[in-house]
Ligand binder design. Structure first.
Ligand SMILES: O=P(O)(O)O[C@H]1O[C@H](CO)[C@@H](O)[C@H]1O
Ligand SMILES: Nc1nc2[nH]cnc2c(=O)[nH]1
Length: 331
């Protein structure tokens, strides 16, 4: 048949595009063969860690430890040394815990540590999960929900981050007063998807996400530990990574009100706040972001690990002091 013939429309489109009987005559979703469970396509994607699954993981841990943690700690890049302060330790490599993701980033040991700090029972994640590793947000935040079921009411989180303002220095510590969630604002919130009310409400306020009382306690603790001169308070920008930012991106983040930039923490903060956990977080400034094209010191992960090591002792003493100040009956 020539092209000419096809173009000369003869009044019946079906002659060239025959109707699929089954599609036009039946109503509702039509079956396709060998595609698996139809619900996987036709419903919002579910967080695979349902409440019951998380309960199962928590129960597995409870059967193996006598510690009943009220305080959760998350160690950022190079800050795994925070676990050194914990006594009566019981450790679980992530690879041993049922359904737990594993750490793939250098500087994240990949174990859960239960124990005591300043006479309080704690659980510490030595190693976190990042979105850029290829994990979904519900995997990135699994440890927070496990902590919730275990009874955690207060969370202390750390991260390594690049500094944006010119009066920040490498080695400074920035308490998070607020954040800008670039992934979340673009639709990638960890709270996206069907909401299980057993965790929290569908819509949550984030105006006071980083608890003021804990921030004040942390400032006091910093003075007591000699960390005062290095202490800042500011806005953390969460980006997807794993690449570090271009000069134009750094300039934009600063213009938008950011004080530090990193690739973690915010998803965990949101999931914790969603379930009523009191959140405190801080950044160790491991590098200054490159604001000029002739800048000769672009960020690199190894350097971040090294700065983490250099600040470990001071940060350990500070976190320990802060944990001592937390009043557990006041959420
Ligand atoms: O946020 P944490 O886990 O501390 O790690 C930070 O350090 C790594 C880059 O060196 C990135 O993973 C960044 O997010
Ligand atoms: N995105 C980002 N993450 C970091 N982690 C440590 N430093 C940096 C940085 O400069 N940018």
């Amino acid at each position: 048949m020539s092209t000419q013939t096809v173009l000369r429309y003869n009044g019946s489109a079906e002659r060239h595009f025959p109707r699929q009987n089954s599609l036009s005559e039946k109503s509702g979703p039509q079956p396709l063969k060998n595609i698996g469970n139809v619900a996987d396509f036709t419903r919002p994607q579910k967080n695979k860690y349902t409440y019951e699954v998380v309960e199962g993981i928590a129960k597995w841990l409870q059967e193996r430890t006598s510690i009943k943690p009220k305080i959760g700690i998350i160690c950022g890049t190079g800050l795994g040394g925070l676990t050194d302060e914990i006594t009566d330790k019981e450790e679980f490599p992530y690879t041993d815990i049922p359904l737990f993701p594993s750490s793939t980033v250098a500087g994240h040991a990949g174990k859960l540590v239960f124990g005591r700090l300043e006479d309080k029972e704690v659980i510490c994640c030595s190693g976190r999960f990042h979105y850029y590793e290829g994990y979904n947000n519900y995997q990135v935040t699994l440890s927070i929900r496990v902590m919730k079921i275990l009874g955690v009411t207060h969370l202390v989180m750390s991260n390594a981050a690049g500094g944006l303002p010119s009066d920040y220095n490498v080695g400074d510590i920035m308490i998070l007063k607020d954040h800008i969630n670039f992934i979340g604002m673009a639709g990638g919130s960890p709270l996206r998807g069907p909401n299980d009310e057993r965790w929290g409400e569908r819509f949550i306020s984030t105006t006071h996400i980083y608890n003021k009382e804990m921030r004040e306690q942390a400032k006091k603790a910093a003075e007591e530990c000699g960390l005062g001169p290095y202490l800042k308070e500011g806005v953390y920008c969460m980006v997807g990574g794993p690449n570090f930012e271009t000069v134009a991106e750094c300039r934009m983040l600063k213009l938008l009100g950011g004080d530090a930039v990193g690739m973690s923490t915010v998803a965990e903060s949101l999931v914790a706040a969603h379930s009523g956990i009191t959140v405190f977080a801080f950044s160790l400034i491991t590098n200054m972001c490159c604001m000029e094209y002739d800048d000769q010191s672009p960020p690199n992960h190894e350097e971040h690990l090294m700065i983490g090591k250099q600040r470990t002792a001071l940060i350990q003493a500070w976190v320990r002091n802060l944990v001592g100040k937390i009043q557990l009956n006041q959420a």
